[in-house]
Design a binder for this molecule. Structure first.
Ligand code: CU
Length: 147
């Protein structure tokens, strides 16, 4: 019985633990017609992130801010590219935006996920069912032996 319990414990550990390594991630955010594309960027915790900012509004000045990461790029001229490199060291959702007056619609969300967060997936339900069956069988066998 201890062997079965050990195998189940090991399986649970394997299912709920991740071991994703930090990756190099590059994104291009385009400024066009007072909008930012994409409006959402997803990375994993500790990824090395490079965001290239391309101002495709030829005659309009923009800027870029992720306040939660203390990233600020000012006066991105029309037709130019500027970039920001950083390590995604804090998990969560962070707004990025242009702060020019009238550019409030130029915003998006940087989502930094922790791949090692303990969030069991659907396979966990299968495992729990298996545990329930093993426990039930053990009790049944125990009752028969006690007669
Ligand atoms: Cu702008």
């Amino acid at each position: 019985m201890k062997a079965i319990a050990s195998v189940i414990a090991l399986a649970v550990l394997l299912l709920v633990s991740g071991n994703a390594a930090a990756a190099d991630r590059t994104f291009v955010i385009e400024y066009k017609n007072i909008a930012l594309t994409p409006a959402r960027i997803d990375v994993n915790l500790n990824d090395n992130v490079k965001i290239v900012l391309y101002n495709n509004d030829t005659l309009v000045l923009h800027d870029f801010h992720i306040d939660g990461y203390n990233i600020h790029r000012y006066n991105i001229t029309g037709g130019s590219m500027v970039w920001a490199n950083f390590t995604a060291s804090t998990a969560g959702s962070f707004e990025y935006r242009c702060k020019f007056v009238g550019h409030e619609t130029m915003k998006g969300t940087l989502v930094v996920k922790d791949p090692n967060a303990k969030t069991p997936g659907p396979e966990f339900v299968v495992l729990l069912s298996l545990v329930a069956v093993v426990v039930a069988l053990t009790r049944f066998r125990g009752k028969r032996l006690n007669r």
